[in-house]
Design a protein around this ligand. Structure first.
Ligand SMILES: Cc1cc2nc3c(=O)[nH]c(=O)nc-3n(C[C@H](O)[C@H](O)[C@H](O)COP(=O)(O)O)c2cc1C
Length: 314
């Protein structure tokens, strides 16, 4: 299937494995997805500089297909991570959290395609004006950092598609080929899946985290941190405590302190799914089994074909 995204990135299927701190902070998942015709994305955000450099080298050796790194642009280690990415002549950058000016021209010089993650129409227009190649649009269903305004993927993607000329990658709430077809019908030209790829052997999170994703129903996530930089995670002791504090009228300062008392690392590496930030999207309720990433890719493509035939798009 050809879209402006498959053509821009040089990939076979319009499917991107989302950057996920810890879960995709390893080379194996990225290599498997890229070799299966999608695009794997290394999540550099939480990585030590030397680990990032090692993973980048492993990916270069492990696939001849396009792949990407995700670097949050507001991180203290951003300059070092950008230097490593530049040195490695990465094919694709998926940047998030921060302005692109000052970085784009440098990466354009080595032929890198630049995708920018946005979660509002305003930020989509800003990124388009700054000259990025494509947008990744995160809706409220998404795990990780959904839009503070809580606009659903269905509405936000459609709005952004109507507001910009750039190709759009839809992200948030997509777990199978039927979701992919829905996003393509809205005018998105690619999709990004995070939570679905947590339930793979290649995702580098604790088995208890994967188990929690499998067990979750569609209503088992919580939106934590309204008013700040909210996250979507599986409901647990921490999210319940946070919700109770909100209901009790805790001050912004008290809520911030509580928010900072738990971490994603605690859940992802230590397996503390009761009190850590078990970031995952509503699509956890659509994920029922752990499958190798290449098999996830095969099923996504087969389901997409089936869905397109169902609605007469094929
Ligand atoms: C565990 C987890 C960690 C994430 N870490 C990052 C990250 O480091 N950088 C980023 O841009 N997005 C991050 N995200 C957001 C994903 O890239 C993606 O937008 C989201 O997973 C899409 O929604 P879905 O989970 O419903 O597929 C993370 C999401 C999850 C679930």
């Amino acid at each position: 299937m050809k879209t402006r995204i498959t053509q821009l990135l040089g990939i076979e299927h319009p499917i991107i494995q989302a950057a996920m701190s810890w879960a995709s902070s390893n080379s194996t998942l990225v290599i498997e997805v890229s070799n299966a015709g999608g695009m794997g994305v290394l999540a550099g955000g939480p990585m030590r500089v030397e680990d990032f450099a090692k993973a980048v080298a492993e990916i270069k050796a492990g696939t001849a297909k396009p792949w990407a790194v995700n670097i949050p642009l507001n991180n203290p280690r951003t300059p070092q991570l950008l230097d490593i990415a530049h040195e490695a002549r990465i094919p694709v950058m998926v940047a998030s959290q921060g302005g692109v000016r000052g970085h784009l021209a440098r990466f354009r010089g080595i032929g890198t395609k630049w995708l920018h993650v946005v979660a509002s129409v305003e930020h989509a227009l800003k990124a388009e004006a700054a000259g990025v190649d494509a947008l990744v649009v995160d809706g409220a269903e998404a795990g990780g950092h959904p839009p503070p305004a809580e606009v659903s993927t269905l509405v936000l993607v459609r709005r952004v598609v109507k507001s910009v000329k750039l190709p759009v990658v839809a992200s948030g709430g997509i777990a199978d080929g039927y979701g992919v077809a829905a996003m393509l019908a809205l005018g998105a030209e690619g999709v990004q899946l995070g939570t679905r790829f947590i339930a793979t052997p290649e995702a580098s999170v604790h088995p208890a985290y994967k188990e929690a994703v499998l067990k979750a129903g569609v209503g088992d996530t919580a939106f934590v941190g309204r008013g700040g930089h909210p996250i979507r995670q599986l409901k647990n002791g921490f999210s319940e405590k946070y919700a109770a504090a909100e209901r009790a009228g805790a001050t912004a300062e008290e809520l911030e302190k509580l928010f900072d008392s738990a971490s994603l690392k605690q859940a992802a590496l230590d397996g503390d799914v009761a009190w850590g930030k078990v970031e995952a999207g509503q699509s956890a309720g659509l994920v029922d089994e752990i499958l190798p990433a290449a098999e996830v890719m095969r099923r996504l493509v087969a389901e997409l074909e089936h869905a397109r035939r169902n609605v007469g798009m094929a």
